[in-house]
Design a protein around this ligand. Structure first.
Ligand code: FNR
Length: 339
């Protein structure tokens, strides 16, 4: 019997050799606050490519220095970042994996010395810094930074771009009425709160014709916050704009008690997939081959994003194959000892 987890998946001109995605994970390992890759990043990402993960997605990479979560974040705000990113992409591809990058701006969740900015001047919680509300000029500059990030991603040879619209970072701060109290065209109605993401997507698409993913937090876990129904509407709009896949996460816009259990976010991926008619990725405590296979076979999502389990086991695709009673091809160098 075929295992769906190991079936190729095609989006536009990109073919993933299986449905396993290394979920973006900040490693807080750039040195000298320059947003650049270090030898650690090469080891970290390339070992998961050698482990046969179909798509390696680099961590949240800041489109402006102000958009970093921490000074150690990876960045793509300068042309100086491109050559080393290109070298990493080439290495990842040499193992047959595709390479993606997550373009991000932390907004009010930045933990930086300098001024931080958001949709409105509302702090994340009592212990965090109060951001300044972005002016229209600042909004336009930030959209341009996403566009430049997309151009550099193309120049570096990435196969896929993901826009980080989840986890309470800047785009999420514009989307949610909890963090967006603006009274101009970027706040108020759902359409207005969506405008920033809409313009980011359009700007990215002027530089990028390849597959485009957007990660969202499908619920704010708050009575006045965004719900999965709101995200079905946003996903329909994203589909009209040409987004290819919604990577469905949840929470982290405001402090909340989140019920966490294996596959806890899969129902959101399922709902958005069915009701908006768009491909989705499922993420969150997916750790076993059978669990991943069930999600795909039940058509609840199209791709499986794995984060912490790939930290614990860089060869998780091999583990999952064994759990599914099958085996996968190793990198050529390992052919003699893999099985
Ligand atoms: C994350 N996560 C995350 N998400 C994201 O969209 N961009 C990011 O840069 C990060 N950074 C990050 C760092 C670390 C150390 C962890 C553990 C997680 C969230 C991650 O991609 C994933 O959604 C969650 O970890 C849930 O999946 P798992 O870990 O249960 O498979």
């Amino acid at each position: 019997m075929n295992r769906k987890l190991f079936e190729p998946y095609r989006i536009k001109d990109v073919e993933l050799k299986n449905r396993i995605v290394m979920s973006p994970m900040c490693m807080y390992s750039s040195m000298d606050e320059d947003g650049k890759l270090t030898p650690f990043h090469f080891t970290h990402y390339i070992s998961r490519a050698a482990g046969q993960t179909g798509l390696i997605m680099l961590e949240a990479s800041a489109v402006t220095p102000q958009g970093r979560i921490s000074p150690q974040d990876l960045g793509i705000w300068s042309d100086e970042h491109t050559p080393e990113l290109a070298r990493l992409v080439k290495e990842i591809k040499s193992y047959g994996s595709a390479a993606a990058i997550q373009l991000a701006h932390a907004g009010r969740k930045a933990v930086l010395e300098e001024e931080i900015a958001s949709s409105s001047a509302l702090a994340f919680n009592d212990n965090s810094k109060r951001p300044v509300a972005m002016t229209i000029e600042k909004i336009q500059e930030t959209i341009q930074a996403f566009r430049d990030g997309a151009r550099r991603s193309r120049e570096a040879g990435f196969d896929i771009i993901e826009i980080h619209g989840a986890h309470g970072y800047l785009i999420n701060q514009f989307l949610s009425p909890l963090s967006n109290h603006r009274d101009d065209e970027y706040g108020g109605s759902a359409e207005n709160r969506y405008r920033f993401l809409k313009e980011v997507i359009d700007a990215v698409k002027t530089e990028w014709s390849g597959p485009l993913f957007v990660r969202v937090s499908a619920t704010d876990y708050h009575p006045e916050g965004l719900t999965p129904d709101d995200h079905v509407l946003f996903a329909k709009w994203m589909k009209e704009q040409g987004v290819d896949l919604i990577d469905v996460s949840s929470g982290a816009l405001v402090p909340a008690d989140i019920p966490v259990y294996p596959g806890y976010q899969v129902p959101f991926a399922d709902k958005i997939r069915r009701e908006a008619g768009i491909a989705t990725g499922a993420v969150g405590m997916i750790t076993h081959g059978l669990q991943a296979e069930e999600i795909l076979r039940s058509e609840r999502a199209d791709l499986i994003f794995v984060a912490r389990e790939l930290l614990r086991d860089p060869y998780w695709p091999r583990t999952a194959a064994s759990q599914l009673g099958t085996s996968i091809e190793p990198p050529v160098q390992y052919e003699r000892g893999w099985k």
